[in-house]
Design a binder for this molecule. Structure first.
Ligand SMILES: [Zn+2]
Ligand SMILES: [Zn+2]
Length: 246
């Protein structure tokens, strides 16, 4: 009884103090109230084309071209915003380096709306599991969260798809963005395995479909490496999904 009375009051006071000391402002224009105001949401540059994850050329719905597809390759890549737009990159970088977990919930809501409108085939019942690209445990400890997990959890609520946290990162890789293409492939090679928390991983993956989620992609190398682990363990379809593409 007391707890129910006290808890909301305490939560209100905490929110009040935090908001007073650190008012939430739009990361793009500085207006108070939200990490991304309604106006700035509409101004983010949207990508004109979906592209094949293998050859990077335009492809309808981001599906991997049949001529590019190999057995362990992702079947598609869907991205919505242009990372070359400074507003987009600023938001994603700020989220990670200023520990703004909530910005990913806002971005997930925006992404979910676009999936509902443009990719309804991903949403039939029992269709796909949402799987985050894992961070190395030491990096997750430092940041306090994995942005891909936050995106997955919010997308799961918005799209009514289950989350399957089935991968783990076994290599502490360098940040892909700082590397050249060949170095990126080398850096990320064999970085992922199935999560050791899953008791019977093969049966968990076999004949299921997965949406691999991350905040941003450049060459697709990280997503491809993670997709490979799922495909090798019998996943039927793997579609990659990112908020932005570089
Ligand atoms: Zn704004
Ligand atoms: Zn292609």
């Amino acid at each position: 009884m007391y707890q129910t009375l006290i808890k909301p009051a305490f939560a209100d006071i905490k929110t009040f103090i935090l908001d007073t000391l650190f008012p939430i402002t739009c990361l793009s224009c500085g207006k108070e109230g939200d990490f991304l105001c309604v106006n700035c949401k509409s101004l983010l540059t949207k990508l004109e084309h979906q592209r094949c994850i293998a050859c990077q050329k335009p492809s309808p719905f981001g599906l991997t071209h049949p001529s590019c597809q190999t057995p362990h390759m992702a079947d598609g890549l869907i991205s919505f915003y242009d990372y070359h737009d400074k507003k987009v990159s600023k938001i994603l970088i700020a989220g990670k380096y200023f520990f703004l977990k909530d910005i990913y919930k806002t971005l997930a809501t925006m992404v979910a709306e676009k999936i509902n409108n443009n990719f309804p085939n991903l949403l039939s019942p029992n269709s796909y599991f949402l799987t985050p690209i894992p961070l190395h445990p030491s990096r997750k400890r430092w940041r306090g969260f994995n942005q891909a997990e936050i995106l997955c959890q919010s997308l799961s609520t918005e799209l009514n798809l289950p989350v399957a946290d089935v991968l783990q990162r076994r290599k502490l890789t360098k940040t892909q963005k700082d590397l050249k293409k060949a170095e990126r492939l080398q850096n990320i090679n064999s970085a992922f395995t199935l999560s050791s928390k899953i008791l019977n991983p093969k049966s968990y993956i076999l004949n299921n479909n997965f949406i691999l989620v991350d905040d941003v992609t450049t060459t697709g190398a990280t997503l491809q490496e993670a997709a490979k682990v799922l495909k090798r363990n019998g996943a039927t379809k793997v579609i990659c999904l990112t908020v932005a593409r570089d």
